[in-house]
Design a protein around this ligand. Structure first.
Ligand SMILES: Nc1nc2c(ncn2[C@@H]2O[C@H](COP(=O)(O)OP(=O)(O)OP(=O)(O)O)[C@@H](O)[C@H]2O)c(=O)[nH]1
Ligand SMILES: [Mg+2]
Length: 710
């Protein structure tokens, strides 16, 4: 197997809205480069990239897959990513290793929400980007309309390198304004004839050509001088200028293809080989914020960008070599755990197929097997190295469900399965909530969670269902009350005796101490579930010993952890113990804890208790046409609009919405907008729940309690 030097490697990520043709384009590139003999199609369920059963079934990509090809001595690694924003995690993983993001646009619809979302992410991650206009053979194809939309969304850097001679079913030729040539394809695609640009197209081609030259010159002063001197740049000058402008994200060149009829990929691969940045050009971010350039001569190191696994093989660790070269048998250290590891076999990946290799050089992507405890985002390097890369940034989750096992005794099995799933897909998250007594799965949407469910059932053989997750309400009180409890037990030997008088009241930051009580000591406790408990010792005349104070706090805390209203955590309360009594023999810590707990519980229920619910701030991105529907849906979800923003045809709404109302929001938003909107969410605050909601929650809790108690 050939070992490629980094300057002869290109790592590209195919990105874009679902259905734009990424997987088909990848397949066509593999075919056109002679890597595969037969071109698979989505419809025949035999593409190299979509090889998982579930991808064949759904006829779309769900997992990012790594492919590679050789185009005239250049190794092109292709990361084909899913276009559905539910699988955003797979896209995020590609950013760390992609030297170029190739955005595939469906010219039937122009910029769609997935394109928009991934473009903004590529912008944030500073990944050079190019654009491929696909489906030009469709009778609904609209190159100019799509171009206009792309320019509106992504700015002046969008420059035409190619445009179609004609589009729709008669599409058969592409005009290239960098080479000033027309490529005319045979009926079933493949290698085109190079022809002069026809007379009818010369004027248009000149306009695009000049735009291209001017944009390249604008971004490079020395080229600008040359351009003014000669009124033109030659192809080599343009090529260099393009590479630099791509790297700076000043230029986003536009290419044309019809992936399903094998037209256009040869020239795209040529551009990748001749112009696109190499792994040596890309600045990687280290954990300390500094930059790192891939170093062929440096000590061996690699970055784990993705995990997956396979029956009979186990863990597959996807790596990018970032320094020197790596070979089986090499001893390295995982910088996260500081554990040593010895590299086993290494493979290059062609979808489901793997080929063993002896060596992988800096810049290249490969799979390592049988390595324990390597997570996506780990840096692995020589023992004495201190290299640590900044980890991949995964999106925040937007949807949660609770898991219910239908068979007893499978808790451990479920735990192991979930661990493995999260390891392979860090955009999902599992929370074993003590508070809610549920295992909660967080993901990026219904489609995402359904794929996880599919894995739990098919791969891990678990009988499990999704159920509604409980809401982590908080409880507090709204008025001051005095409360008292005497705990007295006399059964045989030693008895139990404790009596406490408490004053409990709502607490807010900055509140003065009680002046009607003799406050001797104040303890402020920041609760681990958020909020505060302030405890005041106001005992006069030693009626309760100081040594019992911790037990009293403990009793109060125990009830706060299991709130009197709904069993949820309580917060923001001040408790003052101001009287009580003890017995010289029968009083002990346990007795005071019980007395405090009971007094607190009684008082709490009399103190106009109030349920608080978590409120999230959401940001919805949507096409303007759906604004009305989305807004009225938000108001039916008790949403409060915090702000609105419009960027051309794309609108953004910021709103605060109770978590309870967000349970099925991802799904609802999709159906309201025909899948064209996305949203993000973040915890904002706790706020009082409306009276009717509180009533319902309390009733539900009581019913649950009654059920538990038989
Ligand atoms: N007419 C036409 N159809 C195409 C072209 N390229 C792809 N398709 C079809 O478009 C559909 C979607 O293609 P995919 O390759 O799965 O698109 P994708 O971008 O990988 O989609 P996701 O994996 O869901 O993100 C399939 O039915 C393809 O056959 C094209 O150039 N012209
Ligand atoms: Mg795909």
């Amino acid at each position: 197997m050939k070992v490629y030097e980094p300057k002869n490697i290109r790592n590209i990520a195919l990105l874009g809205h679902s259905g734009s043709g990424k997987t088909t384009l990848a397949e066509t590139m593999l075919f056109e480069s002679g890597t595969i003999r037969k071109r698979g199609t989505i419809e025949s369920k035999n593409t190299t990239s979509d090889y998982h059963e579930i991808e064949k079934e759904k006829q779309k990509s769900i997992y990012g897959s790594l492919l590679h090809l050789d185009w005239r001595g250049t190794k092109v690694n292709i990361l084909d990513t899913p276009g559905s924003t539910d699988f955003y995690g797979q896209v995020a993983e590609s950013f760390h290793v992609a030297d170029v993001a190739m955005f595939v646009i469906n010219t039937e619809s122009g910029v769609e929400i997935g394109t928009e979302a991934f473009w903004r992410a590529a912008e944030k991650e500073n990944v050079p980007s190019m654009i491929v206009m696909n489906k030009l053979d469709s009778d609904k194809s609209d190159f100019n309309g799509s171009l206009e939309m792309i320019r509106e969304r992504f700015g002046r850097g969008v420059v035409v390198v190619q445009y179609p001679y004609s589009e729709g079913p008669e599409f058969h030729a592409i005009i290239d304004v960098l080479k000033m040539t027309m490529y005319e394809f045979p009926e079933d695609g493949g290698r085109p004839d190079k022809l002069p640009i026809p007379e009818s197209q010369r004027a248009q081609a000149e306009i695009y050509h000049n735009e291209l030259v001017e944009t390249i010159a604008e971004n490079d002063e020395s080229l600008l001088d040359l351009y003014f001197e000669n009124g033109e740049l030659d192809e080599y000058q343009m090529t260099d200028g393009l590479t630099n402008s791509l790297l700076e994200r000043n230029i986003f060149p536009v290419f044309c293809s019809c992936a399903s009829r094998n037209m256009g990929t040869g020239r795209i691969m040529g551009f990748l080989g001749n112009v696109a940045p190499t792994p040596l050009d890309r600045k990687l971010k280290k954990a300390d914020g500094s930059e790192y350039l891939i170093d062929r001569e440096g000590p061996p190191s690699f970055y784990v960008f993705k995990n997956s696994s396979e029956t009979h093989v186990g863990d597959l660790t996807f790596i990018q070599v970032t320094g020197g070269s790596v070979k089986p048998g090499l001893d390295l250290v995982n910088r996260r755990t500081q554990d040593g590891l010895r590299l086993g076999s290494l493979y290059i990946s062609q979808g489901a197929k793997r080929t063993e290799v002896e060596e992988v050089t800096a810049g290249d992507l490969a799979i390592a097997v049988k390595l324990k405890d390597l997570h996506a985002g780990d840096t692995v390097s020589l023992k004495e190295s201190d290299l640590v890369f900044a980890p991949t940034r995964y999106p925040n989750t937007t949807m949660r469900v609770a898991l219910k096992l239908n068979k007893e005794g499978e808790e451990d099995k479920l735990g192991i399965a979930l661990n493995q799933i999260v390891k392979e897909d860090p955009s999902s998250r599992v929370e074993h909530s003590q508070e809610l007594q549920q295992t909660i799965l967080h993901g990026l949407g219904e489609e995402h969670l359904n794929v996880i469910m599919h894995q739990l059932k098919e791969r891990f053989n678990l009988d499990v269902d999704f159920i509604k997750p409980r809401i982590p309400y908080r409880e507090t009180i709204t008025k001051r009350v005095n409360t008292q409890y005497k705990h007295k037990k006399q059964s045989g030997g030693a008895g139990q005796y404790a009596e406490v008088y408490l004053s409990i009241e709502p607490w807010t930051e900055g509140m003065p101490d009680r002046d009607d009580l003799n406050v001797r000591n104040v303890e402020k406790i920041e609760l681990e579930w958020g909020g505060t408990l302030v405890f005041q010792n106001c005992i006069v005349g030693g009626v309760i010993d100081n040594r019992f104070m911790p037990a009293i706090v403990k009793g109060v805390m125990e009830k706060m952890a299991n709130g009197p209203l709904s069993g949820c955590r309580a917060r923001d309360i001040r408790v003052s113990v101001y009287d009580g009594s003890m017995h010289s023999v029968d009083s002990n810590e346990a007795a005071f804890k019980t007395a405090a707990l009971m007094a607190f519980k009684d008082g709490f229920l009399k103190a106009a208790p109030q349920l608080m619910e978590p409120i999230y701030e959401i940001e919805v991105t949507l096409p303007a046409a759906y604004m009305g529907d989305v807004m009225s849906d938000l108001s039916s979800r008790r949403g409060q609009i915090l702000g609105m923003d419009s960027e051309g045809s794309i609108q953004k709404i910021k709103a605060s919405v109770p978590l309870q109302e967000l349970d099925q929001y991802t799904t609802r938003l999709k159906s309201l907008t025909q899948g064209s909107a996305t949203f993000t969410r973040e915890f904002l605050e706790y706020a009082q729940v409306p009276h009717d909601v509180q009533k319902r929650v309390i009733e539900e809790t009581q019913a649950l309690e009654a059920e538990k108690n038989g």
